[in-house]
Design a protein around this ligand. Structure first.
Ligand code: UDP
Ligand code: MG
Length: 331
């Protein structure tokens, strides 16, 4: 890529209302990596922020030519913002990380070291963090347990969207056009040579989490339904089981009638109506969930729209080696 220096590393950082975190993240990355012999580019993907995030990124680009912005046309969600950055980045590898400093910049050195050893994907596993709210820890481990039980893929506990992928993987991923993106699952599914690194997350530096309970639940559903049709199979199995039960119950009811012992049990009738009624609704709901996904996917809409960017295809070849002194004095 760049003649003077060995390799270019692209950072892809999705940004949604992270105004106070941007400067510090860039500063920490620069001071952590300045002694390594690479060229870096920092691609901030603004995912429809409503605060000053984009203006701050633009201000930074004026001071540091290795910083780029991609402005999406609206809020498409974390996964789509990541994909936009991965699609556009030209580096020899891409490191994706969150903007809030929960993914410690110091761990990036380990990602790069493993990449240099020849791994295609270096992903991370978040270690249990006692400082995180109990509810977040519990729901997170519940999510991975459920995902692994139901889907056909085994995702390790705490797998985060903090990882390094090389060019081969980026090329493979550029062909993916799934509307319901669940990148950490796709990474596992993709194969290649992978290596895991454990890290202790830091606390979010500023602002608040964009994943409330509702969003986490829908993310969990996405994870399960985009990797498995097992819920549909379960419905079929349950259907068979209920059919077998009814094969016993129906003759029992008929015999009771004929021998005159049909005590008209109101309670049992109500229970079975409620039970089977709700079961059917649940099953139709699950089928509907998959059907909805088919409808959305059949439209083949693009995953995101870019409103504006200062990133050009030859950006990587024009990059400058980061100057530690300069980058730290920016903030
Ligand atoms: N993010 C995004 N679009 C969204 C929500 C989040 O680009 O719609 C970004 C956010 O700015 C951050 C990362 O995705 O860089 C992870 O979000 P967050 O820290 O809120 O998630 P949490 O760590 O709480 O799970
Ligand atoms: Mg976070």
């Amino acid at each position: 890529m760049n003649d003077n220096f060995k390799k270019t590393i692209s950072f892809v950082i999705p940004v949604y209302n992270e105004a106070e975190n941007l400067g510090l993240l860039h500063k920490e990355l620069c001071s952590t990596l300045f002694d390594l012999p690479y060229v870096y580019e920092f691609i901030f993907v603004d995912d429809g922020s409503a605060d000053d995030s984009l203006a701050i990124i633009k201000r930074l680009t004026e001071k540091d030519s290795n910083i780029f912005y991609i402005e999406l046309s609206r809020n498409f969600g974390h996964q789509h913002a990541l994909k936009a950055g991965m699609d556009i980045a030209q580096g020899d590898c891409v490191i994706s990380m969150d903007c809030d400093l929960q993914h410690p910049p110091q761990v990036v050195r380990q990602l790069i070291a493993k990449w240099e050893e020849g791994f295609d994907i270096v992903y991370t596993r978040r270690k249990e963090d006692k400082k995180l709210p109990r509810i977040k820890r519990k729901t997170s481990s519940l999510f991975y347990a459920l995902l692994n039980k139901i889907s056909d893929m085994k995702l390790e506990n705490g797998t985060a969207d903090f990882r390094l992928v090389n060019r081969h993987v980026l090329k493979a991923f550029s062909h993916l056009n799934e509307n319901e993106l669940f990148i950490r699952g796709l990474i596992k599914w993709a194969g290649f040579r992978q290596f895991a690194i454990d890290y202790y997350p830091r606390e979010r530096y500023a602002g608040e989490s964009k994943y409330d309970f509702r969003k986490m639940l829908s993310f969990a559903f996405r994870g399960i339904t985009s990797f498995s049709v097992k819920p549909l199979k379960l419905i079929a199995y349950l259907g068979i089981l209920l059919f077998l039960i009814s094969m016993v119950l129906v003759p029992y009811a008929l015999i009771s009638y004929f021998i005159g012992k049909a005590v008209s049990g109101w309670t049992s009738l109500m229970i079975s109506i409620i039970f089977f009624g709700s079961l059917q609704l649940l099953m139709i709901g699950i089928i509907g969930l998959y059907l909805g996904k088919l409808v959305i996917q059949a439209k083949q809409r693009p995953l995101y729209f870019i409103r504006d960017t200062n990133y050009s295809s030859n950006a990587a070849s024009n990059l400058e080696r980061p100057n530690h002194e300069e980058s730290t004095s920016l903030f």
